[in-house]
Design a protein around this ligand. Structure first.
Ligand SMILES: *[C@@H]1O[C@H](CO)[C@@H](O)[C@H](O)[C@H]1NC(C)=O
Ligand SMILES: *[C@@H]1O[C@H](CO)[C@@H](O)[C@H](O)[C@H]1NC(C)=O
Ligand SMILES: *[C@@H]1O[C@H](CO)[C@@H](O)[C@H](O)[C@H]1NC(C)=O
Ligand SMILES: *[C@@H]1O[C@H](CO)[C@@H](O)[C@H](O)[C@H]1NC(C)=O
Ligand SMILES: *[C@@H]1O[C@H](CO)[C@@H](O)[C@H](O)[C@H]1NC(C)=O
Ligand SMILES: *[C@@H]1O[C@H](CO)[C@@H](O)[C@H](O)[C@H]1NC(C)=O
Ligand SMILES: *[C@@H]1O[C@H](CO)[C@@H](O)[C@H](O)[C@H]1NC(C)=O
Ligand SMILES: *[C@@H]1O[C@H](CO)[C@@H](O)[C@H](O)[C@H]1NC(C)=O
Ligand SMILES: *[C@@H]1O[C@H](CO)[C@@H](O)[C@H](O)[C@H]1NC(C)=O
Length: 508
């Protein structure tokens, strides 16, 4: 994509109506699909309808208030023994742009709900099922062999994007002006793989909390779970105590960043003392922790590990406790981790998490399948596009920074890649309700990461910050609770005004 197109006002590109070359019917679509592709479904949906597909076991959710659109499902043969499906939303009122959305966990399925979000901006949107059908924690697809693993790693995404772009241009009778990607977690990994392997697929990539080191992450989930198990042991911390620990973490760590606002903005800088939670004789054990439980906390926070039990990956930061009921279930490690390790890494469905040991973790990290891991940090081919991860990916950022800085190029990493941390946010989602997209009331490039990315790509103006918005009790109707500037890493937000809830009080 030529940078000279960047000055086009995107508002002028909005609201194009299609001069469709095909009817929204299976026969009509099939007519121009290449060999090996089959149209499975075509539905013409009028304005403001809801859509859901319960057979999509990973994404059965309802998307409401869709714009009028043509919905397609296409099946593509990817090898002699594998195939994938993708779904496409072709809005009647098109903004001239294309978007792909990612998946989550090990999910095999078309992510219709995320597609709905992007369709509301006016994009033509694609999502791939990644070549298998299963829930987010179902790793059985990995037993179907290399071709299925390759589809899941990157082939289904790239193929879906290529096929979908051709259909979009055929449908609207004109070229796509800009192409974008948005995904979180596994969706983040998929975005990073795409821009490394196929830098021409997108002009801008929005990556959230990328689960990119997949061999490590599977073992990490199991290791963290194992620390707090078995349930019958005296070191086990029941989930009912997680809120108590969270309150203590906020108490000790909130102010470390200089501002007491109920948000831990610098977990690394906090030296959390778990001992303050220690039970004293006669105290009620549902309001304190025993000595063996305190030991578990130290292991979870990575304060100490010994040679016999080394910490393999990152520890949990103080402030993560609100996510523990999902991450550290009380009976077994997170099934996503166990299944990813058993099926994808070990290819052994009978593997028992109680057998986890550091040798096998290290061995699998070294010898496991890395085809889905985005570890080519020389991303110069993408450097005239933009990448905008909005959560944890410091390792990735630093590796790219190191690589690009060592190259003889006339630009800096900051010119095309910015990382924004979101203090106080958990993993990927804060559900505001299914009709909601973007930032209601603040539909602009300063508040909405999708619009910020578009603004950067199309007008050449990089985001100096993004204003994060928190609604009271996650309800739009209750109004804004607080707003704050998120700064591009390594900058952090500093309080310069009086009202901590006002974005204007913060500076990068
Ligand atoms: C969309 O549908 C919902 C419920 O079906 C209805 O309440 C709402 O008024 C509709 N909106 C428009 C703009 O027609
Ligand atoms: C996925 O598999 C489930 C059974 O686990 C089945 O009910 C469902 O119809 C399948 N979905 C698709 C899209 O094939
Ligand atoms: C997709 O095509 C493959 C052949 O490549 C076939 O085995 C598979 O059943 C098809 N899937 C659907 C859902 O029709
Ligand atoms: C798996 O398949 C891909 C693409 O077909 C190929 O490039 C790769 O070498 C294969 N890997 C193994 C381990 O067979
Ligand atoms: C689309 O772009 C191609 C290559 O840039 C160009 O040759 C073609 O004329 C364009 N098509 C339309 C319909 O604008
Ligand atoms: C211990 O504390 C819990 C939670 O505050 C309370 O429900 C319970 O009744 C207390 N038990 C005793 C024996 O005081
Ligand atoms: C570690 O686990 C693997 C896989 O279960 C097993 O084959 C191996 O014997 C174990 N090693 C040790 C040292 O326990
Ligand atoms: C940059 O990445 C390339 C390709 O992955 C690699 O060959 C090179 O060694 C890297 N350079 C540095 C300084 O890490
Ligand atoms: C928000 O939720 C909290 C906790 O459930 C409740 O106490 C509070 O009243 C709610 N606030 C509003 C404005 O509804």
């Amino acid at each position: 994509m030529m940078r000279t197109l960047v000055t086009t006002l995107w508002s002028l590109l909005l609201l194009q109506t299609p001069s469709s070359a095909f009817q929204c019917s299976v026969e009509s679509v099939q007519h121009f699909l290449p060999a090996g592709s089959t149209a499975l479904r075509a539905l013409s949906l009028p304005d403001n309808l809801s859509f859901s597909d319960p057979s999509e076991v990973a994404y059965p959710g309802i998307t409401s208030a869709l714009p009028a659109l043509c919905l397609l499902t296409i099946n593509v043969t990817s090898s002699r023994s594998s195939s994938y499906r993708f779904g496409l939303f072709l809005s009647e009122v098109w903004n001239g742009r294309f978007a792909a959305v990612g998946n989550g966990g090990l999910a095999g399925g078309i992510n219709w709900p995320s597609m709905g979000t992007m369709a509301k901006y006016g994009f033509a949107v694609v999502s791939t099922d990644t070549g298998h059908n299963g829930t987010s924690s179902d790793g059985t697809f990995a037993l179907n062999g290399n071709e299925t693993i390759t589809d899941n790693a990157y082939r289904a995404m790239h193929g879906s994007v290529e096929h979908a772009k051709a259909i979009v241009q055929e449908h609207y009778g004109r070229n796509i002006s800009y192409s974008y990607y948005s995904g979180c977690s596994t969706g983040g990994r998929q975005g990073l793989v795409e821009l490394q392997k196929y830098p021409e697929d997108f002009d801008g990539v929005l990556v959230g909390a990328p689960a990119w080191e997949s061999t490590k992450i599977a073992a990490f989930f199991v290791q963290m779970g194992v620390i707090n198990l078995p349930k019958t042991s005296d070191h086990h911390i029941p989930p009912s105590l997680y809120p108590l620990i969270q309150a203590e973490a906020i108490q000790q760590c909130d102010g470390v960043d200089g501002v007491e606002d109920g948000v831990i903005s610098d977990p690394q800088a906090c030296h959390f003392r778990a001992e303050t939670l220690l039970c004293t004789p006669g105290s009620n054990t549902s309001t304190c922790l025993t000595d063996p439980q305190i030991n578990t906390l130290h292991l979870l926070y990575g304060h100490y590990f010994d040679v016999a039990r080394p910490l393999f990956y990152y520890a949990l930061p103080p402030g993560s406790e609100a996510g523990w009921s999902a991450l550290l279930p009380s009976d077994a490690p997170l099934s996503l981790g166990t299944n990813a390790f058993a099926y994808v890494q070990l290819q052994d469905p009978n593997w028992d998490w109680r057998e986890l040991n550091i040798s096998i973790i290290v061995e699998k990290d070294a010898t496991g399948d890395r085809s889905g891991i985005p570890e080519d940090f020389d991303i110069r081919p993408f450097a005239d596009h933009e990448l905008l991860p909005y959560k944890t990916s410091r390792t990735f950022y630093e590796a790219v920074y190191r690589n690009i800085s060592s190259q003889d190029v006339a630009y800096t990493v900051d010119d095309f890649y910015r990382l924004f941390y979101v203090p106080g946010m958990l993993h990927c989602s804060e559900d505001l309700g299914r009709n909601i997209y973007g930032v209601p009331g603040f539909e602009d490039a300063n508040h909405d990461a999708v619009l910020a990315l578009m603004h950067w790509v199309e007008k050449g103006e990089a985001p100096k910050w993004i204003t994060a918005t928190k609604f009271v009790n996650e309800s739009i109707d209750l109004g804004v609770r607080r707003q704050r500037k998120l700064c591009p890493y390594p900058k952090t937000a500093r309080l310069v005004g009086d009202d901590v809830h006002d974005a204007g009080s913060w500076e990068c």
